[in-house]
Design a protein around this ligand. Structure first.
Ligand SMILES: [Zn+2]
Length: 204
């Protein structure tokens, strides 16, 4: 059975009606909350600006690694949840379907209109986004970028591969790393994230 993204979106919309007293949404085995993308974008991009040109690569690496670690831990919780067992697991037939399931959940969470364009088991994952909030946020605030700006989705693409092909949790983190060769923020028609095996433990 193919992964039915609409079914997952519907389940997340229904489930997210339940809030704890502090606004936390307990869903898919993890704690979620509604978060302003403007705030997130400003925090990230101002951090990058404050680090300055000399430390630009370090700033980017920190932001991407934070997203990858977050994605790795969050989706580990998600794939071990009751909701995953009930809603997503019945649609999964192959190991690779898990990546499609992760992507559908990320879409349902509002992380972007993500689409898996290519997946070579154990080697490569290509995810495309036509409307990344990071690219939109960057362009709105700063204009055209010189390099890809979607650090969250770049880290998350690596995390998806880490979870499926990186070995036992938690040792698989950073087994893969992703690049963003195309980004709307620098004038491309869409953002594209390509994860492949890491040759080293840092992302540049
Ligand atoms: Zn982008």
């Amino acid at each position: 059975m193919a992964i039915d993204g609409n079914k997952i979106i519907h389940a997340v919309m229904e489930g997210s009606k339940i809030r704890e007293s502090k606004g936390i949404i307990p869903l898919f085995g993890v704690y979620l909350s509604l978060f302003s993308v403007d705030y997130y974008n400003r925090l990230n991009f101002e951090f990058e600006n404050e680090m300055g040109e000399a430390r630009d690569l370090e700033a980017k690496s920190l932001l991407i690694r934070a997203a990858q670690e977050c994605g790795y831990a969050t989706f580990q919780g998600i794939r071990n949840s009751w909701e995953w067992d009930q809603i997503v697991a019945p649609m999964i037939e192959t190991k690779e379907d898990q990546i499609l399931g992760f992507t559908a959940v990320a879409v349902a969470f509002g992380w972007g209109d993500l689409e898996v364009k290519d997946l070579i088991p154990g080697k490569k994952l290509v995810i495309r986004a036509g409307d990344s909030y990071e690219a939109t946020g960057y362009m709105t605030r700063y204009g055209a970028a010189k390099s890809g700006k979607c650090y969250m989705l770049r880290g998350v693409t690596g995390a998806f591969m880490d979870l499926i092909y990186g070995g036992d949790y938690p040792d698989g983190l950073y087994a893969f790393s992703a690049e963003e060769p195309r980004c709307r923020a620098k004038g491309d028609p869409h953002c594209e994230f390509i994860a492949s095996k890491s040759s080293r433990s840092t992302i540049s």
